[in-house]
Design a protein around this ligand. Structure first.
Ligand code: PXL
Length: 446
């Protein structure tokens, strides 16, 4: 097991940042590996396709590989776009020279169109490079071309995988994004097929092949078996599609770092919300601002779209013997109420990610204006759907042109009046609440 391997990608650059070395290096980084690269071609490309390619000379590719391998302990490498037979031949020579364990992504064309390997390069790929590799990761179309038979069903994929393995490859993974959501792993030595199941997810797919083969390489370099690595790579690419951003007018790129950044954001949000809760609980003045139905504080991760993306206090914060007490812990998905407010607010302003609800009083409202906060009020009688901030926030935006700091209502029949304090983070809204509490106390007991 090597925790932090050094890996090399031998591939093209995609100026649009979706596929090629960009995707490869991000993926290596996500697995905690150090990524290096030997560029084979510079493509002028965007989400709608490849406009032009400027291939490197075989000597330039060899020189990059040599610079890396004479200095760093690289054991595993992967290939992507190889452009033509000259680079294929040179890469085969370098792989033999530096005794690299190789993963070949037999890239032939870009998702949005554009040739990435000239037809004349196929023979070299089959006869010189594939026999040197441990694993190759064709999609159905590429498997068909390499094996010389059409691949439309899983049975076709099995036949093609065996034929490709006969070239001297230890394992073949026919990636299934183009067949069904599953991948088919064939290991030649035990003559064993394994289906790696997956799920179809919504999102951009430009760069999936590069991301998949890079994830596989990173896992193999860490010492995982073919089957374990294929499972990890599959899960990784599904997350990269799920976190893709709508970039460009064509096929959106995958986001290999999206899931790692989301995990980091979840950790930070939990920490900030717990700290804000401690801060509120320690204040006797805050206890006076807790409504009868309880208070809650919540914060969403960046890009939140569901209740599960908002951390809040399980069971709310109540007043008990004059003190603020949280009933449960801060967890994601713990409150629909405060999450509903935040999810609505951030649809209008993605910077508004936190909220607290406190008790309404005329003193609180005059403290808000005293502190120069933007304040908006609405009448619950006008509300089309009870408790819905989907109505309150757009109304407030009509007045202020932005999400205000404070939104309150004076309640209604059986509805407790409430003040919602909105802001960018749980700590920020907690500080605002304490400033309000101090001001209310100062004006109540002058
Ligand atoms: O996904 C295959 C691929 C590989 N390498 C480069 C690419 C693409 C697809 O667009 O641009 C450089």
């Amino acid at each position: 097991m090597i925790e932090k391997p050094i890996i090399m990608t031998i591939a093209g650059s995609d100026s649009g940042g979706g596929a090629g070395i960009g995707a490869d290096l991000k993926t290596f980084a996500a697995f905690g590996a150090h990524g290096t690269c030997a560029i084979t071609s510079v493509t002028a490309q965007n989400s709608t396709g490849v406009k032009a390619s400027f291939n490197m000379s075989p000597a330039a590719v060899a020189s990059q590989i040599e610079a890396i391998c004479t200095d760093m302990d690289v054991r595993w490498a992967k290939t992507g776009m190889l452009a033509g037979p000259e680079i294929v031949r040179e890469v085969a020579k370098q792989v033999r020279k530096y005794e690299l364990s190789l993963v070949i992504d037999p890239v032939m064309a870009a998702e949005a169109g554009g040739e990435l390997l000239r037809k004349e390069g196929l023979q070299g790929l089959r006869e010189e490079l594939l026999p040197l590799c441990k694993v190759t990761t064709p999609n159905a179309a590429e498997a068909g071309i390499l094996a010389g038979l059409p691949v439309k069903t899983r049975e076709d994929a099995k036949k093609a995988a065996r034929k490709i393995a006969d070239l001297g490859v230890e394992a073949v993974i026919v990636t299934g994004g183009h067949l069904d959501a599953s991948d088919l792993l064939y290991e030649a030595a035990p003559d064993r097929f394994t289906v790696i199941s997956g799920e179809f997810v919504e999102g951009g797919t430009h760069g999936t092949g590069c991301t998949y083969s890079s994830a596989l390489t990173a896992c193999l370099a860490r010492g995982l078996s073919f089957k374990e690595a294929a499972g990890e790579a599959k899960r990784f690419v599904v997350e990269a599609i799920r976190h893709s951003m709508p970039v460009g007018r064509g096929v959106s790129p995958v986001n290999p770092l999206g899931a790692a950044l989301e995990r980091e954001s979840r950790y930070k949000v939990l920490k900030d919300t717990r700290k804000a809760l401690d801060f509120l609980e320690a204040s006797p003045m805050f206890a006076e601002l807790i409504p009868e139905g309880g208070s809650n504080i919540g914060m969403a991760i960046s890009g939140a779209g569901a209740y599960e993306d908002v951390a809040a206090v399980e069971g709310r914060i109540v007043r008990y013997r004059g003190r603020a007490r949280s009933v449960g812990c801060v967890e994601f998905g713990a409150s629909r109420y405060v999450a509903g407010i935040i999810l609505t607010a951030l649809r209008y302003d993605p910077c508004i990610r936190a909220a607290v609800n406190i008790k309404f009083s005329e003193e609180v409202i005059s403290a808000c204006t005293g502190l120069d906060l933007s304040v908006f009020s609405f009448d619950r009688a006008d509300e089309p759907e009870a408790g819905s901030m989907d109505w309150g926030i757009p109304e407030a935006i009509k007045v202020y042109g932005r999400v205000p700091d404070i939104i309150y209502d004076r309640g209604g029949l059986g509805k407790e009046p409430l003040v919602r304090v909105l802001g960018p983070s749980a700590m920020e809204v907690a500080k605002t609440v304490l400033r309000l509490a101090e001001r209310v106390e100062a004006t109540s007991f002058p």
